[in-house]
Write a protein that binds this ligand. Structure first.
Ligand code: SF4
Length: 347
């Protein structure tokens, strides 16, 4: 198997930041901001699966939306095939958007109940006007239906006639019909039964092999991500905490937050982690993020410096990046003084 980690970079997100204003008063002036995404950078290579993992509200879905420009980033850039995607407008943006699509989390609400399967799958073709005749359109729909394992006899049926797994196959068919380079999978199996999850993941892997797709796979479930990902980025409160190959992250987690996440994963070799660090307290409000390291209010390794300034991202081994003061050799004795967090509750 080719080493996907050495493949060509097709997408580069640099310093992506998204702040949502909290408006109040007659004139809707911004009183505060929700810091959904803070200075996040990463690359996606051709044919790889790049996973983004974290608890609910950590900014993983916002990252996907900013990459696709479903929401405009407050700052930062996304480069797609060497072109600044964030600067594109009009026809150029429409053309570039064909290269990136999205599979939604909920196969129940993401399909229009009044459209047939054929029309749902053909919708991107209709918008992009990529066919000359109706027969061409139909042939493409049938080709994609076969690829995702949908019976052609179901072509003129409606979404409510299908199970969750079949609906997600329809969503996947719609996402790949324009032959994208990158598919953003936003929790694509979390609404499905465990037995169906494996089938959908196998399908995604099969399609990746056949079509050379790159996936940005967003999930809160490390056990799902472990098996499908080439590289994993762990996020917390809008920040990148750790980034490594899947193998390296599970064998040698460096960030206290990743260790804590692994400690609460039920299906992955928990025995490997001798000293389990279980997460205590709630995720702080992104409208009022903690000073310094955003994880310091829950970190079992917290030191005096952690509340004072944010850690820099450091390469702890080749390709393994970690944002934590534990790897800063320049700290003074005073800065290293342990200061365990006071457990806080939000709300
Ligand atoms: Fe914990 Fe400090 Fe590292 Fe943040 S910087 S993860 S608080 S040790």
């Amino acid at each position: 198997m080719a080493d996907k980690n050495m493949g060509e970079v097709i997408l580069k997100a640099e310093h992506l930041t998204k702040h949502y204003p909290i408006k109040k008063g007659l004139f809707g002036r911004a009183e505060n901001y929700v810091h959904a995404l803070e200075d996040v950078s990463f690359e996606v290579r051709r044919g790889e699966t790049f996973a983004i993992v974290g608890e609910s509200g950590c900014g993983k879905s916002t990252t996907g939306k900013c990459v696709l420009r479903l929401t405009e980033p407050t700052s930062g850039t996304v480069t797609l095939d060497g072109v600044d995607f964030t600067a594109l407008k009009g026809a150029e943006l429409t053309e570039a958007r064909k290269k990136m699509t999205l599979i939604f989390q909920d196969p129940y609400s993401s399909l229009n109940p009044r459209m047939t399967v054929a029309d749902i799958i053909a919708e991107p073709l209709d918008i992009a006007k990529t066919y000359k005749t109706r027969a061409e359109r139909d042939a493409r729909v049938e080709e994609i239906m076969s690829k995702v394992g949908l019976d052609l006899a179901y072509k003129y049926r409606y979404p409510h006639e299908f199970s969750g797994g079949q609906r997600q196959r329809i969503g996947i068919a719609r996402a790949i019909v324009l032959e994208p380079e990158i598919v953003i999978c936003d929790e694509p199996v979390s609404a499905l039964d465990v037995s169906v999850q494996a089938k959908v993941i196998n399908l995604l892997e099969q399609l990746q092999d056949d079509l050379g797709l790159a996936y940005i796979f967003i999930s809160h479930d490390l056990s799902v991500v472990k098996h499908i990902s080439d590289r994993i980025m762990v996020m917390y409160l809008g920040h990148m905490m750790e980034l490594a190959t899947s193998e390296e992250l599970f064998a040698n987690p460096c960030h206290p937050y990743t260790e804590a996440l692994l400690g609460v994963v039920p299906r992955i070799a928990r025995e490997r982690i001798q000293d389990k660090k279980i997460l205590t307290g709630d995720v702080p409000s992104p409208a009022n993020p903690p000073s310094g390291c955003c994880f310091h209010t829950r970190c079992a390794n917290c030191m005096r410096v952690c509340a004072q300034r944010a850690p820099q991202e450091r390469e702890v081994s080749p390709g393994h990046i970690c944002a934590c003061h534990l790897y800063d050799d320049t700290l003074t004795e005073d800065e290293r003084t342990p200061e365990p967090p006071v457990v806080t509750k939000v709300g």
